[in-house]
Design a protein around this ligand. Sequence first.
Ligand code: UDP
Length: 262
Amino acid sequence: MQQGEKLYEGKAKILYATNDPTLVIQYFKDDATAFNAQKRGTIVDKGVCNNLISCALFQYLESRGVPTHFVRKLDDRSMLVKRLGIIPLEVTMRNITAGGMSRLLGIDEGMVLQRPVFEWHYKSDPLGDPLINDDHILALGAATPQELAALRSQSERINQLLKEYFSARGIDLVDFKLEFGRLATGAGQPPGPGQGTILLGDEISPDTCRFWEQGTRRKLDKDRFRRDLGDVEAAYQEMVKRVVGPAGSSTAATASGKPTAV
Ligand code: UDP
């Protein structure tokens, strides 16, 4: 697969064209941002970790019948994916209170929710990805009612599958963010609302999920960077071991061999 021109550079990834208009290369950088890019830094080998973790999780979801953009891993930092017209919505699924939900409702982090919480956020950096509801999306024509129903049921199934996957590896899946897109046509054109098959896109990684070690509640995700908790690289390496290693590897040591702070 030939790498072509740079199509898009985001905060953590770069998309490159290929010689096939329906396929693109997703390259993972080490750059880290938080709080709407007000905090910036580098997490050594984050790109390698997030590529490995995302490849493994997309393969797992595909094996359980969830349609994703994943085609195959190309190298340490890149995967080949189907070209999508990204729907400008972020789905957040929550199983335990943390982050935005705790701030919004003034509640402590760490409450196990009685049922998962599904949220839509409008994807907009200048606006800080505001929380929106179905009516906003339908009134603006960003997606059809059928698409919203499909996105919701796919997200709920993904949450169930990922919760099981991580639980078998000693990790509580606290919350995560998903992005979906509509599959581009033969010429690579992104379809509009109501057109094209919907696939899960983007990444699933410690940048986009909150992972807490079962029992200790040690944070193994980007909150270590956001909140200056230290041992950031070790947390990403630890998640690689948990995800890529066999189920039941819940007692895996940290990359440094030392336990890290909660
Ligand atoms: N998240 C993300 N990108 C964003 C915002 C959130 O990947 O732009 C992820 C985040 O890592 C967490 C989940 O979505 O796993 C829920 O984030 P939340 O709404 O609590 O916001 P935060 O506290 O991160 O600002």
